[in-house]
Design a protein around this ligand. Structure first.
Ligand code: 13P
Ligand code: SF4
Length: 329
C-alpha cells in the first residue's frame, strides 16, 4: 500500500516537474520566435492558462488580425488557424496538430456549395466561420455565433440568403430575424447536435434557479426555444457564443448556470466566477479541440511546425467575406 502511494506521489511529482519544464520552455521559445499563443475556449485548462489570449472564434480572429507578433500559434482547430492565416498573410501561423479538424466544417464541400449557388444564383451566401478557406472564398459574408444575427440583419431584406453549414444556428437565426427567405444547409457539429431537449429539462429540474446558457449549434435549441416561448421563461435563457457565455456569467445576478456547450468552457467560467456554480448539461467533449496538448504546443514552437497556409487567390476572396463580418460586428 505504502509502496503504491509512494509510486503515485513520485509519478505526480515527476509529472508536475515535466509540466513546469514544458511551460518554462514554451515561454522561452515564444520570446525567441516573437510568437503569440491564441487558444479557443474549448482547449484543455493548461493550454488556456499558458495562452496570451483565450476566446471565441470572433475574438481570436480579431486578436490574430491585431497582433504585432511574427508567429501565431493557434491552439484550436484547423479552420481557426486558416482564418488567422487569411487575415495575416505576412505572419507565420502554426497549429500544434494538423489533424485537429471540425465535423461541422466537414459537413459542407465546395462542390455542394457551388451546386447550391447554381440553384439560387441571386442569393447572398453567409458562411459560419466553421468552414474551410475554400468555402469562405465562395461566400459573401462570414459570421460567427457571436455576430450571426447582426450579419444577417445587415443584408437587404429582399435578398435571398444561403446560410451554411450549421442547421441549428441557421434555424435560430431564421427565427430571431424572422427572415423567410433564408435557406439553411443541413450540416451539424457532432458534439452539439447530440444534445437532446430532454437532457436540458432534466438538468433544469435539478437546478430550477439556474440560468441556462446554450450555444446556438446545439440540436436541442429549436425545440427548447418553443418550450421557453410557451412557458414565458425567456429571461432564464441565454443563447450565446462561447465568449458570450463568459460575459453573461460574469454580468448576471444568477449564482448558478446550466451550460450547454463543449466542456472546455467550464475552466474559464469557474476561473472568472469563483463564487458561482456551473453545471454541464452532459459530457460534451470535442476530440479535435482536445488534440492540442502541452507537448504538441512545445513541439510547435521548438520545431516551428505545423505551418498553416492558404493559397493567395483563395485567401484574397475569403478575406473579403471575413472583413465584411469584422466591419459589421
Ligand atoms: P464559438 O465561436 O462560439 O467559440 O464557437 C466555435 C465552435 O467551434 C463551437 O463549437
Ligand atoms: Fe467543430 Fe463541433 Fe468541435 Fe466546435 S465542437 S470545433 S463545431 S467539431
Amino acid at each position: 500500500m505504502t509502496t503504491t502511494m509512494n509510486k503515485g506521489n513520485n509519478l505526480s511529482q515527476n509529472n508536475s516537474e515535466h509540466v513546469s519544464k514544458l511551460v518554462s520552455e514554451i515561454n522561452e521559445w515564444k520570446k525567441k520566435r516573437n510568437a503569440v499563443i491564441l487558444a479557443h475556449n474549448y482547449q484543455i485548462p493548461i493550454i488556456q492558462d499558458i495562452a496570451d489570449f483565450v476566446g471565441d472564434s470572433l475574438g481570436l480572429s480579431r486578436q490574430a488580425a491585431a497582433t504585432p507578433s511574427d508567429v501565431i500559434v493557434f491552439c484550436g482547430v484547423h479552420f481557426m488557424a486558416e482564418t488567422a492565416a487569411i487575415l495575416c498573410p505576412d505572419k507565420r501561423v502554426l497549429i500544434p496538430d494538423l489533424d485537429a479538424g471540425c465535423s461541422l466544417a466537414d459537413s459542407v464541400t465546395l462542390e455542394g456549395l457551388l451546386a447550391w449557388k447554381k440553384e439560387y444564383p441571386n442569393a447572398v451566401v453567409v458562411s459560419y466561420v466553421n468552414t474551410t478557406a475554400a468555402i469562405k472564398a465562395e461566400s459573401d459574408y462570414c459570421c460567427t455565433s457571436g455576430n450571426a444575427l447582426q450579419v444577417v440583419n445587415s443584408i437587404d431584406p429582399d435578398k435571398e440568403i444561403l446560410f451554411l453549414p450549421d442547421q441549428f444556428l441557421g434555424s435560430w437565426v431564421k427565427r430571431m430575424t424572422g427572415r423567410q427567405n433564408l435557406h439553411i444547409w443541413m450540416g451539424e457539429c457532432h458534439v452539439h447536435a447530440a444534445v437532446h431537449p430532454r437532457a436540458i429539462d432534466e438538468k433544469m429540474k435539478e437546478h430550477p434557479e439556474a440560468e441556462l446558457l446554450i450555444h446556438p449549434e446545439c440540436g436541442c435549441l429549436t425545440p427548447y426555444l418553443d418550450r421557453v416561448a410557451r412557458q414565458d421563461k425567456g429571461d432564464q435563457l441565454k443563447v450565446a457564443s462561447t465568449e458570450g457565455m463568459i460575459v453573461r456569467a460574469c454580468q448576471s445576478q444568477a449564482k448558478s448556470f446550466v451550460v450547454a456547450t463543449e466542456e472546455g468552457i467550464l475552466h474559464r467560467l469557474k476561473k472568472e466566477n469563483p463564487d458561482k456554480e456551473f453545471f454541464p448539461i452532459a459530457e460534451m467533449s470535442c476530440q479535435f479541440m482536445k488534440m492540442i496538448t502541452l507537448e504538441k504546443l512545445h513541439a510547435a514552437l521548438v520545431n516551428d511546425q505545423f505551418h498553416v497556409t492558404v493559397p493567395e487567390d483563395t485567401a484574397a476572396k475569403a478575406r473579403l467575406s471575413i472583413e465584411r463580418m469584422v466591419a459589421i460586428g
